[in-house]
Design a protein around this ligand. Sequence first.
Ligand code: BGC
Length: 376
Amino acid sequence: MKRSIAVLSTAAIAAALLAGFGCNKSGSSSSSGALIGIAIPETHVTRWIKDGATLKSEAEKRGYRTEVQFADGDQSIQNRQIQSFLTLESKLLVVGNIDESIVPVIAEAAQKKVAVIAYDRLILGSADYDYYITFNNSKVGVLQGQSLAEALSLDEATAKAPKLIALFAGSMTDANAFAFYDGAMSVLNPYIEKGALKVIGPYAETSADRDNFSKLATAGWDGDIAKERMAALLKAEAKNVTLDAVLAPNDHIARKIIEVCKANAKYSAKLPLVCGQDAEFESSLFIKSGDQLSTIFKNTSKLAEAAIILADQILKGQTPDIPGAILASGPLEKLGDTGKKVVKTYLLDPILVTKDNLNVPVEAEFYTAAESEALK
Ligand code: BGC
C-alpha cells in the first residue's frame, strides 16, 4: 500500500517536472540531438526532484534529447527504466542508482557501447563503466563532525562530564553513507577515545565494522525508519540521560530525529544539536530558528551542470575537463572504487552551513525567491 502511494506520488512529481520543461508525455523533448537517459533514484529526499529537472534542462540546452525517470528507491524499477532508455537507443546514461542489483543492466549498456556516468552515487560491483561525478563525500562527513565538535565545545569537554551523542547513518546500499560516516567519525573518534564524548546506543568506529554500522544505518534513507529508531532509543539506551547531540546523515533524517525530540518533554527547553546535509529549505528554516545545528550545502545545480558537461565531452570524444570539479587523486581515488575497478571520479566541493552563513545557499540561488525571502 505504502509502495503504491509512493509510486503514484513519484509519477505525479515526475509528470509535473516534465510538464514544466515543455515535454511530451513520454518525457522526451523535440530536440534533434542524441538521447541521454537520466535515471533518478528516489524523490522522498527532495533534492533528487531538482537534480532530475536540472540534468534535463542542462542537456537540452546543449541540444540533446532526454528521458527522465524516477525509481522510487527500487532498483528493479530503475533497471526497467534503464532498459527502456537502451531500447530507445540512448547514447549515454546519467544514473543515480539504488543498489548493486543494477550491475547486469550496466553490463547491457556496456555491450551496446552506451557510456554511463554514475551520478552522485557510485555504482558498486561493476567494471562496466568509467565515470563518476559527485561531491567530496569524505569532506561532507568531516564537516558534519567538525560542526558537532565545535558546537559541543568538545575541546573543553572532559571524561568527568562527557557530552552525549547518538549516531545515525544513511543506507548501507549507498557507498556515500560509508564516506559520510567515516568522515564524521574521523573527527569524533579522538574525542570518544579520550572520554570527552560518549556514544549512547550503537557505535561503530568506522563503517568497516559492518555489524555495528548496520545497527545505526537507515535502510533506503527512509526518515520514518530513523524516526522509529530515535523514538526507541529515547525509551531505552537514552532513557536516563539527556543527549547533547545527534549525528544525522542528511536533512530528511535530521528533521525526523528533531521531530521525535520535540515531542519528548525532556527536550522541551533544549533540543540536542543535530547536523544534516542537502541544505533542504525546511532544514534551513530549522537552522534559522535554532532547531537544527547545521547542514551541508552541495550545489546540486552545479553538479547537474557538471555531469552534462562531462556527458557532452564524452559524446564528443574529448578528454573531460570540467570547470568547478577536480579529478580525484591520491587518497580521494578510493571514492571511485567500485570493488571491481576504480572509475574516474570528479568531485565538487561541499560547504558547511550554520545560522552564521545561511546566506551562502541563498546567494547561490539554491532556493525559490519566496524561500530565500523566508530565510532572510
Ligand atoms: C546523497 C545525499 C542524499 C542521500 C539520500 C546520498 O547518496 O549524496 O545527498 O541525502 O543520498 O537521498
